[in-house]
Write a protein that binds this ligand. Sequence first.
Ligand code: SF4
Length: 488
Amino acid sequence: MSFMITEIDLAKELLAIQDPYFPSINKNIVDTGRVRGINIYNDHVNILIENDKENSTDRTENVKKNIISHLQKKLNLQKISVDTTKYTGQKSEVSQLLKMSQVDGKNKVSDKWNMDSHKLFWHLDRVEAWQRGERIAPLHIDMGISNGCNMGCTFCYGIIQNRAGFGTNQKKIYHMPTYAVKRTFKDAKEIGVRSIALIGEGENTLHPDFYDILEYGREINLDLSLATNGIRLDHNKLDVVLNSLKWFRINISAGTEETFMKIHRVPQMKRVLANAAALSKRKKEINSNCTIGFQMVVTKDNMKDIVPLAKLGKECGVDYLVVKPCSDTYDNRLDSPHGEYIEILETFKEAESFSNKDYTVSIKWKKALNGGWKDYGSFGCHGTQFILGLSGTGNLFPCGHWFNERKDEFIMGNVVEKSFKEIWQSDRYWEVQDKIRKHVNVNKDCESNCRQHYVNRFLAFDGKKSISDIKKNYKDHIDKKPNHVNFI
Ligand code: SF4
């Protein structure tokens, strides 16, 4: 790919544009916080700006025009869109970009697992079928097998969705019957699903048949993985975990016990770290290929813990720490600090410096700098045809966002009552997929930076090109096949 303009190049150019809200003091649109996010996809550039305090449409339109003409002239860009959002009064990430000479594609720490991207490039057969308008099988399912949790993290989307267990009024945890879990695994494999991640709604290790379920996944040769809070791990079953899963990820978002208590709301940090260390040790003993990682969600309360956690991950012997912004509801119910990541861009870089050949600290830069904006807005969401969300109660949805939101409109069926295959073949499944594409506004109705975001961007900007062109344009990238290629 020859297009090498970075977010920094763009931010520098935007400094030349004056904000008309401050005519007398000559302030530019970056410093005033007018520019909220920058999204680049090859030669497509999207700038997110906000209205000013007085909501002046004229001024905002003026800024839009100036951005487009300036970027066309100075950088010879042709595919520019400028979107507008409401006034926030917050600082923006973009001004800080300019201090961050290394926040660009060229100097990033190598992302061995493509965590700040997607893996559709290695499933172009399915993309081609989608291009032909076929009723394709999804490539991946994020699947819950229990609907409750024994932690109550402050950023938990499941709590907003009123999942059961600690942190909500719903105390009785439901575990999906084991026959339904196994039938879903089997059906999924048969129709062409290439991976399942036990993620979502609740804490899946609470399922009474958890290890039996993992073993079944291995028996049928399913690419399976797990995201867990890390509290429950039977040390007599470490080999089952390591032999059944492609990856095992602990969601830990604190580097000290004090923050752990504040964020996760249970005094279990020592136990979680001991579990991570035990699994990592056993992995080396049996030379397992299972990747073990930590994931941190950055909120307003744990920014100072990023570096300490990067250090702890290394000490525990896990393979990586991935740090990501907090996905939020469209009305910001989780109080995600989009505008405050500017305070910590240097911290992100410091955390990355803990990386070495055995341990990677990876920041989801794109999601941290895009202002929470989906630059493919009018294209809509097609990613749910490739990645589905299945709740712990067996309810199948296009994605986890709808588990408790406009549920009746988006539920496709329940895998306890009906087999996954039957649901996938039903007209209802495709009616819901159509509705998602045509009637959901991804910047208004959805959560920010959702799971399907990278896939959606690829489909919007490259998805209509011929497969041979995609292969040609991305040859270098495709040749560098990442690990866990089936977990798109
Ligand atoms: S864009 Fe909306 S509908 Fe599509 S996956 Fe994301 S949250 Fe779900």
